[in-house]
Design a protein around this ligand. Structure first.
Ligand code: ADP
Length: 323
């Protein structure tokens, strides 16, 4: 009888619950026992670990967040912290761990694996900045939430001929901003990958008004050098010369909390099942992701420290549509 554990770590993402459910149910289907770790690596170190049955993961596929809780855990970044975690797992006879999380969490998982404990990762972050998966759990839902907000802001912006800055999440990755900007028909998109000066944004806004637009909506990634606050401060300082003022909306954590859409539920289910399949094959030290529509494993040594490139041709596409 094999015994495995599952945890969620780092930023929560809609669909994490569907992934937990898939790990538990496909694990039990294989004849294993599955344990859940509360609060990510924190619970692993303190031993907050309990068996999960099929009924424990009933009715959660449609819920955002994570029933296991998540945490950021500095102790896990130390060798002693990770050794305590391994001791907790071994004491319970657990022989493999599934880590559902983003970049930081998978880096921690890689370190644990390098210490000799078998780990399989499941690619889950709304930032979509994880190498080894074209798209990660939570991105699609977060994108749709951002889009709904953008659509609404456009309505009010048009009524008042206003310029709006909308800041979306994504850490150092511009994926959410780029995609929500294209899907929302933004007048300009600001991403960390391409540095742009506030004067260039001001020109975009002016040109939008000159073309007869009733509004100007700029989508800004939180990780851009000039984030929404920095742009707003600059425009306020030069308001007289520029001839317009802007309103700023930061979507922040609202983007995380939604119920997962169909895409994320299915992706999370497939990746969670992919994780137990990998353990069954004794293929550990890998991240389970989706590449070109296929459930794929990528060795942690290839995943960690890699920068996933953003398709910048989409930024050119968005520019050609800003007319
Ligand atoms: P995310 O997984 O969403 O990117 P974080 O970057 O906050 O979230 O990372 C989550 C947790 O992963 C951290 O609190 C820490 O416990 C662990 N972690 C991150 N980087 C490392 C590392 N280099 N070594 C060990 N653990 C790490």
């Amino acid at each position: 009888m094999k015994r495995i554990a599952v945890l969620t770590s780092g930023g929560d993402a809609p669909g994490m619950n569907a992934a937990i459910r898939a790990v538990v149910r496909t694990g039990i289907y294989k004849g294993w026992e599955v344990y859940g770790v509360q609060h990510g690596y924190q619970g692993l170190i303190s031993g907050d670990i309990r068996p999960l049955g099929n009924r424990d993961v009933g009715g959660i596929i449609q819920q955002g967040g994570t029933i296991l809780g998540s945490a950021r855990c500095p102790d896990f970044e130390t060798l002693e912290g990770r050794q305590k975690a391994i001791d907790q797992l071994k004491q319970r006879g657990i022989s493999a761990l599934v880590v559902i999380g983003g970049n930081g969490s998978q880096t921690g998982a890689y370190e644990l694996n390098r210490m000799g404990f078998p780990v399989v990762g499941v690619a889950s972050t709304i930032d979509n900045d994880l190498f080894g998966s074209d798209i990660t759990i939570g991105v699609d839902t977060a994108l749709n939430i951002a889009l709904e907000a953008i659509d609404r802001l456009k309505v009010t912006a048009s009524s008042h001929h206003r310029a709006f800055l909308v800041e979306v999440m994504g850490r150092k990755c511009g994926y959410l901003a780029l995609m929500s900007g294209i899907a929302g028909g933004a007048e300009a998109i600001v991403i960390p990958e391409i540095e742009i000066h506030p004067e260039d944004i001001a020109s975009e806004i002016r040109r939008a008004y000159e073309r007869g637009k009733a509004h100007a909506l700029i989508v800004v990634a939180e990780g851009a050098k000039y984030n929404a606050q920095a742009l707003a401060d600059y425009f306020k300082q030069h308001q007289e010369r520029l001839g317009f003022d802007v309103r700023t909306t930061t979507l922040g954590h609202v983007q995380r909390g939604g119920a997962p859409g169909a895409y994320d539920r299915i992706l999370a289910t497939r990746l969670g099942a992919g994780a137990t399949d990998a353990i069954a094959r004794e293929e550990t030290g890998v991240l389970v992701g989706m590449i070109r529509g296929q459930i794929t494993t990528t060795p942690y040594s290839d995943v960690v420290g890699q920068q996933k490139p953003l398709d910048l041709s989409l930024l050119d596409l968005s520019k050609s549509l800003e007319q």
